[in-house]
Design a protein around this ligand. Sequence first.
Ligand code: PXL
Length: 267
Amino acid sequence: MSDIRLLTMQDLSCVGQCSLTVALPILSANGIETCVLPTAILSNHTMFESWSYLDLTNETQNIFRHWKNNNFKFDAFLLGYLGKPELMQIAKECFAAFSSDGAQVIIDPVFGDNGKLYPGFDANYVNEMRKLLKHADVILPNVTEACFLTDTEYRPDYDISFVEILGEKLSEITNGKIIITGALSEKDIAEVIYNKNKSEVITHKLIPQSKHGTGDIFASVFTANYLLGKGERNSCETAAKFVADCLLSTDKDHFYGVDFERVLKSR
Ligand code: PXL
């Protein structure tokens, strides 16, 4: 075991291979003690035709009361899909009350893709997320999220220099490390680790399939490796390779997620 106790705050989509149902198995399999703060329970993720949504914002105060009684502390936090802007304030309360010394905060803002916000998100959510990112040690936005966070118009034909400019603009929002994920070019997909002198661009061969949940898988594998001291470049490479293997293992007709369980089992 690694002796790292992490809290992940994101929704529980009962069906859909995303958010908590991805983070829990992946982080646990990497030896990280993984505690959860579910922000909402959905029947399934919002890329299906319909879904139910039970908001758990109010329950967080009950949960926190008992965590305080029991003196729980966490060495790291991984935030994904929160769902409601009110949860950003709650996340800040959570960091203040339950961080052990030197706790790491990793935030994947999870509110959009392909130039659009996911259903149920709006400008207010983006604004609140922008403020929350000040508290992060590492942020993992995709290109769409980076555009919304920096008030930059999304261009489907962007190039890596556009992504580097997004990184620079994000550095005005947070002092945390900035890693922009899933940046596409013709034959490659890249993560851009922003650095004001020279950003690092990590490229991989693009697997031309877009599936839900791959961002959550990337964030979970990245977080586990990063917390285990592998460094951001190595952690990005491991995470990207894991996502690629998941895509390659997934049947084309499996439309709502990827078969990450098969890849996890084979490790
Ligand atoms: O994978 C991101 C995600 C997480 N949680 C819910 C979602 C999505 C993406 O659509 O709908 C509920």
